[in-house]
Design a protein around this ligand. Structure first.
Ligand code: CA
Ligand code: CA
Length: 118
């Protein structure tokens, strides 16, 4: 095998690794979205930016609220959130302003800012 062929092989292996790793994160995020919809079939006003910094949610760009949600991840579902995990987080008061996370999302206030409450 020539040096050029070896280099092409390494580039292809690197790209494949990136694509497969990206697919794994996207699948976990998709699974989380399905669990979210199962827990909140009538939810309005919630977007990827509720838990992520960017408009396209990625596992690596969680905001403070998304990071707090991760602590509610059940032990049996590594890397994924279940509907039960979301419901447990809904009942919590992430910013200690007296309103539950669910009440804040329903009321259009920020569940990560104590000065914003319903
Ligand atoms: Ca709150
Ligand atoms: Ca709040």
């Amino acid at each position: 095998m020539t040096h050029k062929a070896q280099r092409v092989g390494w580039v292809v292996a690197g790209l494949l690794t990136i694509v497969l790793a990206g697919g794994r994160f996207a699948a976990a995020t998709g699974q989380n979205q399905m669990s979210y919809k199962k827990a909140h079939p009538d939810a309005k006003g919630v977007s990827c930016k509720t838990c992520h910094e960017g408009a396209m949610g990625k596992a690596t760009d969680l905001n403070a609220y998304g990071q707090a949600l991760q602590k509610f991840k059940g032990a049996g579902e590594a890397g994924k959130l279940t509907a039960e995990d979301y419901q447990a987080f809904d009942a919590a008061d992430n910013d200690s302003d007296g309103a539950t996370n669910r009440a804040e999302l329903d009321g259009g206030t920020n569940p990560d800012d104590a000065t914003s409450k319903p």
